[in-house]
Design a protein around this ligand. Sequence first.
Ligand code: ADP
Ligand code: MG
Length: 354
Amino acid sequence: MSSEFAKYDTAAATPRLVSTRSSPVAARSKNASRQVILESSALKRVFAEAAQLAAVDVPILVTGESGTGKEVLARYIHDCSGNAPDRFCAVNCGAIPSHLLESTLFGHVKGAFTSADREARGLFREADGGTLFLDEVGELGAASQVALLRVLETKRVRPVGSSQEHAITVRIVSATNRDIEAMVERGLFRLDLYYRVAPVTLEIPPLRSRPEDVRRLTDVFLQQACERSGRAVPEVDPGLREALARYPWPGNARELRYVIERAFSVSAGGDVLRAAHLSERVRRAEHSQAADDIVRTCIAQSAHSVSLASRMARCEALIIEESLRKMNGCRTRAAAELGVPLRTFMRKVAKHGL
Ligand SMILES: Nc1ncnc2c1ncn2[C@@H]1O[C@H](COP(=O)(O)OP(=O)(O)O)[C@@H](O)[C@H]1O
Ligand SMILES: [Mg+2]
Protein backbone atom coordinates (compact mmCIF):
# COMPACT_ATOMS: atom_id res chain seq x y z
CA MET A 1 0.00 0.00 0.00
CA SER A 2 1.45 3.32 -0.91
CA SER A 3 1.66 6.00 1.70
CA GLU A 4 -0.33 9.17 1.38
CA PHE A 5 1.18 12.55 1.83
CA ALA A 6 -1.03 15.44 2.61
CA LYS A 7 -0.76 17.98 -0.15
CA TYR A 8 1.53 20.32 1.66
CA ASP A 9 3.75 22.91 0.22
CA THR A 10 6.80 22.28 2.36
CA ALA A 11 8.11 25.73 1.52
CA ALA A 12 4.90 27.32 2.79
CA ALA A 13 5.33 30.04 5.32
CA THR A 14 6.00 28.77 8.79
CA PRO A 15 3.35 29.91 11.21
CA ARG A 16 3.78 33.39 12.47
CA LEU A 17 5.80 33.82 15.60
CA VAL A 18 3.49 35.78 17.74
CA SER A 19 5.65 36.31 20.73
CA THR A 20 9.19 36.25 22.02
CA ARG A 21 11.50 33.25 21.84
CA SER A 22 11.10 32.19 25.41
CA SER A 23 7.32 32.12 25.35
CA PRO A 24 5.47 28.83 25.06
CA VAL A 25 3.84 30.20 21.92
CA ALA A 26 6.93 30.93 19.87
CA ALA A 27 8.77 27.83 20.97
CA ARG A 28 5.90 25.73 19.75
CA SER A 29 5.49 27.39 16.40
CA LYS A 30 9.00 26.64 15.21
CA ASN A 31 9.18 22.86 15.24
CA ALA A 32 6.50 22.45 12.64
CA SER A 33 7.17 19.75 10.14
CA ARG A 34 4.60 20.09 7.39
CA GLN A 35 4.85 16.59 6.04
CA VAL A 36 2.02 14.41 7.29
CA ILE A 37 2.43 10.67 7.11
CA LEU A 38 -0.77 8.69 6.79
CA GLU A 39 -0.02 5.03 6.37
CA SER A 40 -2.35 3.16 8.74
CA SER A 41 -6.01 3.03 7.87
CA ALA A 42 -6.84 4.26 11.39
CA LEU A 43 -4.93 7.50 10.84
CA LYS A 44 -6.23 7.93 7.31
CA ARG A 45 -9.76 7.75 8.68
CA VAL A 46 -9.12 10.41 11.31
CA PHE A 47 -7.50 12.79 8.83
CA ALA A 48 -10.20 12.21 6.23
CA GLU A 49 -12.85 13.11 8.78
CA ALA A 50 -10.82 16.17 9.78
CA ALA A 51 -10.62 17.33 6.15
CA GLN A 52 -14.40 17.18 5.88
CA LEU A 53 -14.92 19.02 9.16
CA ALA A 54 -12.37 21.66 8.19
CA ALA A 55 -14.80 23.14 5.70
CA VAL A 56 -17.46 23.62 8.38
CA ASP A 57 -16.97 26.24 11.06
CA VAL A 58 -17.21 23.92 14.04
CA PRO A 59 -14.82 23.78 17.00
CA ILE A 60 -12.91 20.52 17.18
CA LEU A 61 -11.31 18.79 20.14
CA VAL A 62 -8.39 16.51 19.29
CA THR A 63 -7.62 13.83 21.85
CA GLY A 64 -4.79 11.35 22.05
CA GLU A 65 -1.70 10.54 24.07
CA SER A 66 1.21 12.93 24.10
CA GLY A 67 3.18 12.85 20.83
CA THR A 68 0.49 11.17 18.72
CA GLY A 69 0.28 14.15 16.35
CA LYS A 70 -2.49 16.32 17.80
CA GLU A 71 -0.77 19.51 16.71
CA VAL A 72 -0.05 17.99 13.30
CA LEU A 73 -3.78 17.32 12.96
CA ALA A 74 -4.68 20.84 14.13
CA ARG A 75 -2.45 22.34 11.43
CA TYR A 76 -3.91 20.00 8.87
CA ILE A 77 -7.42 21.16 9.77
CA HIS A 78 -6.26 24.74 9.41
CA ASP A 79 -4.61 24.08 6.04
CA CYS A 80 -7.74 22.34 4.76
CA SER A 81 -10.02 25.11 5.99
CA GLY A 82 -9.21 27.61 3.26
CA ASN A 83 -8.69 30.31 5.91
CA ALA A 84 -5.76 32.75 5.88
CA PRO A 85 -2.81 30.33 5.52
CA ASP A 86 -0.41 32.13 7.87
CA ARG A 87 -2.97 32.70 10.59
CA PHE A 88 -2.36 29.64 12.72
CA CYS A 89 -1.54 30.37 16.34
CA ALA A 90 -0.79 27.68 18.86
CA VAL A 91 -0.82 28.15 22.58
CA ASN A 92 -0.04 25.68 25.30
CA CYS A 93 -2.68 26.42 27.94
CA GLY A 94 -0.74 24.40 30.51
CA ALA A 95 2.44 26.44 30.10
CA ILE A 96 1.01 29.89 30.79
CA PRO A 97 0.68 31.03 34.39
CA SER A 98 -3.01 31.68 35.07
CA HIS A 99 -2.45 35.38 35.82
CA LEU A 100 -1.00 35.83 32.31
CA LEU A 101 -3.53 33.72 30.45
CA GLU A 102 -6.05 36.45 29.77
CA SER A 103 -3.46 38.93 28.50
CA THR A 104 -1.86 36.20 26.35
CA LEU A 105 -5.17 35.25 24.78
CA PHE A 106 -7.01 38.56 24.74
CA GLY A 107 -4.15 41.07 24.73
CA HIS A 108 -3.62 44.08 26.98
CA VAL A 109 -3.22 47.81 26.76
CA LYS A 110 -0.03 49.61 27.65
CA GLY A 111 0.21 49.98 31.41
CA ALA A 112 -2.53 47.42 32.13
CA PHE A 113 -0.18 45.83 34.68
CA THR A 114 3.37 46.43 35.88
CA SER A 115 5.21 44.62 33.09
CA ALA A 116 2.86 45.78 30.31
CA ASP A 117 5.23 48.38 28.83
CA ARG A 118 3.48 48.21 25.48
CA GLU A 119 0.19 47.11 23.98
CA ALA A 120 -0.27 43.46 23.00
CA ARG A 121 -2.94 42.22 20.62
CA GLY A 122 -3.29 38.74 22.14
CA LEU A 123 -3.59 35.44 20.35
CA PHE A 124 -7.30 35.62 19.52
CA ARG A 125 -6.72 38.73 17.43
CA GLU A 126 -3.45 37.37 15.99
CA ALA A 127 -5.42 34.34 14.82
CA ASP A 128 -8.38 36.39 13.57
CA GLY A 129 -9.46 34.96 10.22
CA GLY A 130 -7.54 31.76 10.93
CA THR A 131 -7.17 29.09 13.59
CA LEU A 132 -6.31 29.26 17.27
CA PHE A 133 -4.97 25.97 18.59
CA LEU A 134 -5.60 25.66 22.32
CA ASP A 135 -3.25 22.87 23.28
CA GLU A 136 -3.63 21.11 26.64
CA VAL A 137 -6.97 22.81 27.11
CA GLY A 138 -7.66 20.48 30.06
CA GLU A 139 -5.01 22.32 32.05
CA LEU A 140 -6.97 25.58 32.19
CA GLY A 141 -7.79 26.72 35.70
CA ALA A 142 -11.31 27.65 36.80
CA ALA A 143 -10.95 31.42 36.26
CA SER A 144 -9.36 30.95 32.84
CA GLN A 145 -12.19 28.64 31.84
CA VAL A 146 -14.73 31.34 32.66
CA ALA A 147 -12.81 33.97 30.68
CA LEU A 148 -12.42 31.69 27.67
CA LEU A 149 -16.08 30.66 27.75
CA ARG A 150 -17.16 34.28 27.60
CA VAL A 151 -15.07 34.95 24.50
CA LEU A 152 -16.25 31.80 22.75
CA GLU A 153 -19.87 32.73 23.48
CA THR A 154 -19.69 36.38 22.48
CA LYS A 155 -16.98 36.08 19.79
CA ARG A 156 -15.57 39.31 21.15
CA VAL A 157 -12.39 39.96 23.10
CA ARG A 158 -11.63 42.76 25.47
CA PRO A 159 -7.89 43.30 26.07
CA VAL A 160 -6.89 43.50 29.73
CA GLY A 161 -7.16 47.11 30.88
CA SER A 162 -9.21 48.19 27.86
CA SER A 163 -12.82 49.28 27.71
CA GLN A 164 -13.04 48.42 24.03
CA GLU A 165 -14.12 45.06 22.65
CA HIS A 166 -13.03 43.58 19.33
CA ALA A 167 -15.12 41.18 17.26
CA ILE A 168 -13.15 38.13 16.14
CA THR A 169 -13.71 35.24 13.74
CA VAL A 170 -11.46 32.42 14.82
CA ARG A 171 -11.65 28.73 14.28
CA ILE A 172 -10.94 26.92 17.55
CA VAL A 173 -9.13 23.60 17.60
CA SER A 174 -8.30 22.32 21.08
CA ALA A 175 -6.31 19.34 22.21
CA THR A 176 -5.87 17.34 25.36
CA ASN A 177 -4.31 14.10 26.45
CA ARG A 178 -6.61 13.97 29.47
CA ASP A 179 -10.00 12.34 29.79
CA ILE A 180 -11.92 15.57 29.56
CA GLU A 181 -15.33 13.96 29.98
CA ALA A 182 -14.16 12.49 33.28
CA MET A 183 -12.93 15.96 34.22
CA VAL A 184 -16.38 17.36 33.46
CA GLU A 185 -17.97 14.68 35.64
CA ARG A 186 -15.63 15.56 38.48
CA GLY A 187 -16.32 19.26 38.14
CA LEU A 188 -12.78 20.04 37.00
CA PHE A 189 -13.80 21.24 33.55
CA ARG A 190 -16.91 23.36 32.99
CA LEU A 191 -19.68 21.60 31.12
CA ASP A 192 -20.63 24.78 29.24
CA LEU A 193 -17.03 25.23 28.08
CA TYR A 194 -16.89 21.57 27.11
CA TYR A 195 -19.87 22.11 24.78
CA ARG A 196 -18.11 25.10 23.26
CA VAL A 197 -14.77 23.42 22.56
CA ALA A 198 -15.82 19.85 21.92
CA PRO A 199 -18.96 19.61 19.80
CA VAL A 200 -16.80 17.35 17.65
CA THR A 201 -13.99 15.15 18.91
CA LEU A 202 -11.29 13.46 16.85
CA GLU A 203 -9.18 10.84 18.55
CA ILE A 204 -5.71 9.92 17.35
CA PRO A 205 -4.91 6.33 18.30
CA PRO A 206 -1.58 5.62 20.03
CA LEU A 207 1.38 4.78 17.80
CA ARG A 208 1.74 1.26 19.24
CA SER A 209 -1.59 0.37 17.62
CA ARG A 210 -0.34 1.61 14.21
CA PRO A 211 2.66 -0.51 13.17
CA GLU A 212 2.43 0.69 9.55
CA ASP A 213 2.97 4.25 10.74
CA VAL A 214 5.97 3.19 12.85
CA ARG A 215 7.65 1.81 9.71
CA ARG A 216 6.88 4.76 7.51
CA LEU A 217 7.67 7.41 10.14
CA THR A 218 10.98 5.67 10.81
CA ASP A 219 11.95 6.12 7.15
CA VAL A 220 10.77 9.71 7.03
CA PHE A 221 12.43 10.77 10.30
CA LEU A 222 15.65 9.08 9.17
CA GLN A 223 15.53 10.80 5.82
CA GLN A 224 14.96 14.17 7.50
CA ALA A 225 17.90 13.58 9.87
CA CYS A 226 20.11 12.72 6.88
CA GLU A 227 19.02 15.80 4.95
CA ARG A 228 19.85 18.01 7.91
CA SER A 229 23.31 16.53 8.30
CA GLY A 230 23.97 16.22 4.56
CA ARG A 231 24.69 12.49 4.84
CA ALA A 232 23.48 9.62 2.67
CA VAL A 233 20.48 7.67 3.96
CA PRO A 234 21.69 4.42 5.56
CA GLU A 235 20.05 1.05 5.02
CA VAL A 236 17.73 0.00 7.86
CA ASP A 237 18.57 -3.39 9.35
CA PRO A 238 15.59 -5.74 9.91
CA GLY A 239 16.73 -6.21 13.52
CA LEU A 240 16.19 -2.50 14.12
CA ARG A 241 12.72 -2.69 12.56
CA GLU A 242 11.85 -5.60 14.84
CA ALA A 243 13.00 -3.75 17.93
CA LEU A 244 10.96 -0.67 16.93
CA ALA A 245 7.92 -2.85 16.26
CA ARG A 246 8.16 -4.37 19.75
CA TYR A 247 8.63 -1.13 21.62
CA PRO A 248 5.37 0.27 23.09
CA TRP A 249 6.07 3.96 22.27
CA PRO A 250 4.74 5.70 25.38
CA GLY A 251 5.88 9.01 23.80
CA ASN A 252 4.40 8.08 20.40
CA ALA A 253 5.66 9.76 17.18
CA ARG A 254 7.59 12.42 19.10
CA GLU A 255 9.58 9.70 20.85
CA LEU A 256 10.07 7.81 17.58
CA ARG A 257 11.56 10.92 15.99
CA TYR A 258 13.93 11.30 18.94
CA VAL A 259 14.88 7.61 18.94
CA ILE A 260 15.68 7.67 15.21
CA GLU A 261 17.69 10.87 15.46
CA ARG A 262 19.65 9.42 18.35
CA ALA A 263 20.29 6.10 16.57
CA PHE A 264 21.39 8.01 13.49
CA SER A 265 23.92 10.04 15.39
CA VAL A 266 25.17 6.97 17.29
CA SER A 267 25.67 5.19 13.94
CA ALA A 268 28.15 7.95 13.06
CA GLY A 269 27.78 7.82 9.31
CA GLY A 270 27.71 4.01 8.93
CA ASP A 271 25.93 2.45 5.91
CA VAL A 272 23.50 0.47 8.03
CA LEU A 273 21.33 1.55 10.94
CA ARG A 274 21.13 -1.36 13.40
CA ALA A 275 19.37 -2.31 16.64
CA ALA A 276 22.76 -1.86 18.31
CA HIS A 277 22.43 1.88 17.67
CA LEU A 278 19.31 2.05 19.84
CA SER A 279 19.41 2.82 23.50
CA GLU A 280 19.26 -0.06 25.96
CA ARG A 281 15.78 1.07 26.99
CA VAL A 282 14.31 0.71 23.50
CA ARG A 283 16.16 -2.53 22.74
CA ARG A 284 15.03 -4.16 25.97
CA ALA A 285 11.41 -3.11 25.57
CA GLU A 286 10.29 -6.67 25.02
CA HIS A 287 10.83 -7.47 28.67
CA SER A 288 8.99 -4.52 30.07
CA GLN A 289 6.16 -4.42 27.54
CA ALA A 290 4.02 -6.98 29.38
CA ALA A 291 4.40 -4.97 32.59
CA ASP A 292 3.54 -1.75 30.76
CA ASP A 293 0.45 -3.37 29.29
CA ILE A 294 -0.72 -4.39 32.76
CA VAL A 295 -0.22 -0.87 34.07
CA ARG A 296 -2.12 0.61 31.12
CA THR A 297 -4.99 -1.84 31.57
CA CYS A 298 -5.03 -1.01 35.27
CA ILE A 299 -5.20 2.70 34.62
CA ALA A 300 -8.01 2.24 32.10
CA GLN A 301 -10.00 -0.16 34.26
CA SER A 302 -9.72 1.88 37.41
CA ALA A 303 -10.69 5.13 35.70
CA HIS A 304 -14.21 5.12 37.12
CA SER A 305 -12.93 5.12 40.71
CA VAL A 306 -12.32 8.59 41.94
CA SER A 307 -9.70 8.68 44.67
CA LEU A 308 -6.09 7.70 44.19
CA ALA A 309 -6.39 5.15 47.00
CA SER A 310 -9.33 3.34 45.40
CA ARG A 311 -7.64 3.37 41.98
CA MET A 312 -4.42 2.00 43.48
CA ALA A 313 -6.40 -0.73 45.22
CA ARG A 314 -8.08 -1.66 41.94
CA CYS A 315 -4.69 -1.73 40.21
CA GLU A 316 -3.24 -3.93 42.92
CA ALA A 317 -6.10 -6.38 42.52
CA LEU A 318 -5.63 -6.49 38.75
CA ILE A 319 -1.88 -7.07 39.04
CA ILE A 320 -2.37 -9.92 41.52
CA GLU A 321 -5.08 -11.46 39.36
CA GLU A 322 -2.86 -11.26 36.29
CA SER A 323 0.05 -12.85 38.10
CA LEU A 324 -2.13 -15.68 39.45
CA ARG A 325 -3.45 -16.32 35.96
CA LYS A 326 0.07 -16.45 34.56
CA MET A 327 1.22 -18.86 37.28
CA ASN A 328 -1.84 -21.09 36.81
CA GLY A 329 -3.15 -20.18 40.23
CA CYS A 330 0.05 -21.07 42.09
CA ARG A 331 0.19 -18.51 44.90
CA THR A 332 3.78 -19.22 45.90
CA ARG A 333 5.05 -18.52 42.39
CA ALA A 334 2.80 -15.48 41.94
CA ALA A 335 4.05 -14.02 45.24
CA ALA A 336 7.64 -14.69 44.16
CA GLU A 337 7.05 -13.03 40.79
CA LEU A 338 5.69 -9.92 42.44
CA GLY A 339 8.45 -9.92 45.04
CA VAL A 340 6.19 -10.00 48.11
CA PRO A 341 6.30 -12.47 51.03
CA LEU A 342 3.70 -15.22 50.68
CA ARG A 343 1.87 -14.11 53.86
CA THR A 344 1.52 -10.56 52.55
CA PHE A 345 0.38 -11.93 49.22
CA MET A 346 -2.27 -14.13 50.87
CA ARG A 347 -3.52 -11.19 52.91
CA LYS A 348 -3.93 -9.12 49.75
CA VAL A 349 -5.69 -11.98 47.94
CA ALA A 350 -8.17 -12.19 50.81
CA LYS A 351 -8.58 -8.41 51.00
CA HIS A 352 -9.48 -8.16 47.33
CA GLY A 353 -11.65 -11.28 47.49
CA LEU A 354 -9.76 -12.97 44.64
N1 ADP B 1 1.25 11.60 11.06
C1 ADP B 1 2.42 12.24 11.24
N2 ADP B 1 3.22 12.54 10.20
C2 ADP B 1 4.40 13.17 10.37
N3 ADP B 1 4.89 13.54 11.54
C3 ADP B 1 4.16 13.27 12.63
C4 ADP B 1 2.88 12.62 12.54
N4 ADP B 1 2.38 12.48 13.78
C5 ADP B 1 3.28 13.04 14.61
N5 ADP B 1 4.35 13.52 13.94
C6 ADP B 1 5.54 14.18 14.50
O1 ADP B 1 5.64 13.77 15.85
C7 ADP B 1 5.96 14.85 16.71
C8 ADP B 1 4.86 15.07 17.73
O2 ADP B 1 3.68 15.56 17.08
P1 ADP B 1 2.69 16.60 17.79
O3 ADP B 1 1.64 16.96 16.82
O4 ADP B 1 3.47 17.70 18.41
O5 ADP B 1 2.10 15.64 18.94
P2 ADP B 1 1.11 16.01 20.14
O6 ADP B 1 0.62 17.41 19.88
O7 ADP B 1 0.03 14.99 20.09
O8 ADP B 1 1.93 15.90 21.39
C9 ADP B 1 6.19 16.04 15.80
O9 ADP B 1 7.56 16.09 15.50
C10 ADP B 1 5.40 15.68 14.56
O10 ADP B 1 5.92 16.29 13.42
MG1 MG C 1 1.33 18.70 21.53
